[in-house]
Design a protein around this ligand. Structure first.
Ligand code: AMP
Ligand code: MG
Length: 332
């Protein structure tokens, strides 16, 4: 329910609910609603409603150069969002949608420059979450939704993560439980019809290559990101996170002051009680699903810093290492 209008931002009594029709009501009115997906929670708004889109940027404190992902529920509806679907994009879409794959395709006139940050391509995907698919099937507009967190911070993988950071700023969080994949979508664009990975994510590289052959992975850069998910410093906790740099970590902190994110075995340099094993079974899918909530737990704990080990460089280990690297401090 709306209560106070404070400067330009409305203060809401944020509800956490499974009421899909209520979410539709808010979205139709031009408000933002947090929605569950298999990757992370999204901050959704009507993609055809410029003021609603502007609210996403305001709520997230997101710079305007960081474009949004548009979500829909069918390849049929995709035709009003994009003007062209290259053959290999269609192959990927047919194979992996609904799923953690975002495609960069030429935008139609219905998609505003605010959504694409002035780029000629729009990022689109069909997410794989039953509640959000049900929601999308009842809407006559697509939704734009970046991750539902303040810009630069760790993405939310549970309704509670969203509530902690966006309470009062949005009317509703659609409660779809914990995110099953737990890491953002893989983003694929096309250069001269050749597929290129702009952001590693929840879809393993090997699965993509099986579908369309070997493809280039763009390095992230902080200067001129084609895709701001490419920013070098992103997905970061407030505490210093050392990624695979034991000497810098132990030069600055005592072992007992440090929380550790490890894969399947404890790191002998730190007390075991301060360590989180993302998957004692050694399963990278499980590790990815646990990554962001573990980073948040350590960020909120009394420990002073975070040390993260590097993960195996294949499957979702690639995306885990990418996020940890961008969350980390870089000391010369
Ligand atoms: P988020 O959902 O918060 O991870 O943000 C969406 C991300 O999608 C952005 O940070 C960009 O990396 C990427 N993205 C969205 N639209 C485009 C586009 N047109 N070109 C390149 N990257 C995009
Ligand atoms: Mg994000």
């Amino acid at each position: 329910m709306k209560s106070i209008n404070f400067l330009s931002m409305t203060l809401f009594n944020t509800s956490v609910s499974v009421d899909i029709d209520k979410a539709i009501e808010w979205l139709t009115k031009g408000e933002c609603v947090a929605i569950p997906t298999e990757t992370v929670y999204g901050l959704a708004a009507n993609a055809y409603h410029p003021e609603a889109i502007a609210k996403i940027f305001e709520i997230k404190q997101r710079p305007k150069f960081d474009p949004l992902i548009v979500h829909t529920d069918s390849i049929d509806k995709l035709h009003s969002i994009v003007t062209d679907i290259p053959e290999r994009a269609m192959r990927l879409a047919n194979k992996f949608w609904p799923g953690p794959l975002t495609l960069l395709l030429p935008k139609s006139d219905r998609i505003s420059d605010l959504i694409t940050s002035g780029l000629e391509t729009v990022a689109v995907r069909i997410p794989n979450h039953p509640m959000t698919l049900a929601l999308l099937s009842k809407l006559d507009f697509p939704i734009a939704a970046p991750s539902a967190n303040p810009f630069g911070y760790i993405s939310p993988t549970s309704p509670n993560h969203v509530l902690k950071q966006l309470k009062g700023k949005i009317p509703m969080i659609l409660n779809g439980g914990n995110c099953m994949v737990g890491i953002e979508s893989t983003i694929i664009g096309f250069q001269d019809d050749e597929p290129v990975i702009y952001r590693l994510g929840g879809l393993p590289l090997e699965a993509i290559e099986q579908c369309v052959g070997k493809l280039k992975v763009m390095p992230f850069s902080s200067s001129q990101p084609k895709s701001p998910g490419m920013l070098a410093s992103h997905y970061a906790p407030r505490k210093k996170l050392y990624f695979h740099d034991l000497s810098s970590c132990l030069n600055n902190f005592l072992p007992l002051e440090v929380g550790v994110i490890a894969f399947d075995k404890f790191n002998p340099s730190f007390p075991e009680e301060n360590q989180i094993l993302l998957s004692p079974e050694g399963n990278l899918l499980e590790a990815a699903a646990q990554l962001f909530s573990s980073m948040r737990n350590l960020d909120e704990s009394k420990l002073k810093a975070i040390y993260a080990e590097s993960f195996p460089q294949y499957s979702l280990g690639l995306a885990i290492n990418d996020r940890l690297s961008r969350a980390s401090v870089r000391e010369q």
